[in-house]
Ligand binder design. Sequence first.
Ligand code: FAD
Length: 471
Amino acid sequence: PRALVWFRNDLRLDDNPALQAALDGGYVPIPVYIHAPDEGGDWRPGAASDAWRHRSLAALDAQLRRRGSHLRHFFGPSLATLQSLIAMSGAEAVFWNRRYEPAYEKRDAHIKQTLRMQGVRVESFNAALLFEPWTVRNRQGGPFKVFTPYWKTLLGQWQLGLCIDAPTRLPHSDEGPAGVALDALQLAPKRDWDAAFWNDWTPGEAGARGALETFLEGALRGYIGQRDRPDRVATSRLSPHLHFGEIAPWRIAMALERERSAGNGADIDGYLRQLGWREFGHHLLHHFPETPSHNFDAKFNDFDWAQVSPARLQEWQQGRTGVPIVDAGMRELWATGWMHNRVRMVVASYLTKHLRYHWRHGARWFWDTLVDADLANNTLGWQWVAGTGADAAPYFRVFNPVLQAQKFDPDGRYIARWLPELASLPLPLRFAPWQDPKALRRAAPDYPPQPSVDIGRGRDGALAAYRKLRG
Ligand code: FAD
């Protein structure tokens, strides 16, 4: 018998429960990918995600071919495509790994029900999380809204799944339609604006393993002390690999546990805690599915956000606000599809507090430009910084971007890397170049002479708006 194995955000062969279930059930797996961006609803995948996915799908296909199988690509809609594939290939079952974005949860539930009614065996699995959102409950039986008790509960249930290496051979069937070529899906950018991405990234399962090994051998030691330093390679950079399911979180957790020794317990626990935030993001997204577009804290529905000036917004997007740490972050994002977490917080604070723009404008830009764009984590991150979230930084805590730069990029190296025109400015001028207009004009005549909002006035404006809301 044959079964469709529907690949989605689980682009790997190791630890892939859907694939494993097909094999265990004695089916010949037919691996398929269906391109249906509209099914993401308000959140169809952004450009950087598409660019990554193109390469990740190619890597997955290569892995399958090495084992005697291959990936077939189709255009959606998903349900109709699965139905015609079932009819034409004679498949008796469909297996997939679950997604947790509201639009996909709804779609998948409908597909499951429809196919089952038509007599097809349908099974779905967890490939993405240590704990699925509905398995963690507070004492009243409801979802958590605060991270620390959530994390404690999770640690109380801590038990890691088995790691299952991919089979070395896969049975193969040619029944049914062959699908279209990967290039026909047009995921790869037409102009190669992504060219520089691939100096930093290797999409696919092997790339994910490589990133994990690099981290274990290097930045893990000292992670807790260094993870806030954007001028160093001090974090794992596993986020896009995790988003696309190129590696299972439990494989990461187990690899870390194997490294545990007297000296690095705090680093390992600190890293697991970050994976915990990722779990928490998915927990919140599942239980509060409206939060990618709406304030978690409804009080902020009356907040006096500033009216958006398209020119100002563009300055932020393009890294031309005149505030070096903000501009460096936005340029890192544009050049590499990724930004350091500390700098994400700083640029998000500048947008939502100093400019007082609704966090949705920032979340959208990140959605389109991040290779790790993830509805759960992005919503969590933006609502956290904006102060509108479940467990969020209080709104009145406004990051001072100059102090943040001094603290976390003390030698100004991160700024110099992404804003080479400022590299010749001495410290501490590099953090706030408007303080010496002459020196700035000499070094970087094209760099904005003043920040797009005065740092002090922006902060006062944010606090005044917050007082009005509470008043
Ligand atoms: P590491 O420090 O090595 O952490 C390991 C893993 O833990 C990460 O790969 C990630 O999966 C998870 N993680 C770490 N920090 C967080 C966090 N704060 N919240 C949730 N998960 C976390 N992360 C995304 O994956 N996708 C997003 O779209 C995204 N948008 C963000 C937007 C804002 C405004 C902010 C402040 C944060 C956002 N983050 C997002 C979280 C975080 O910045 C990235 O996960 C992290 O920078 C990825 O780098 P890393 O893999 O080297 O992290």
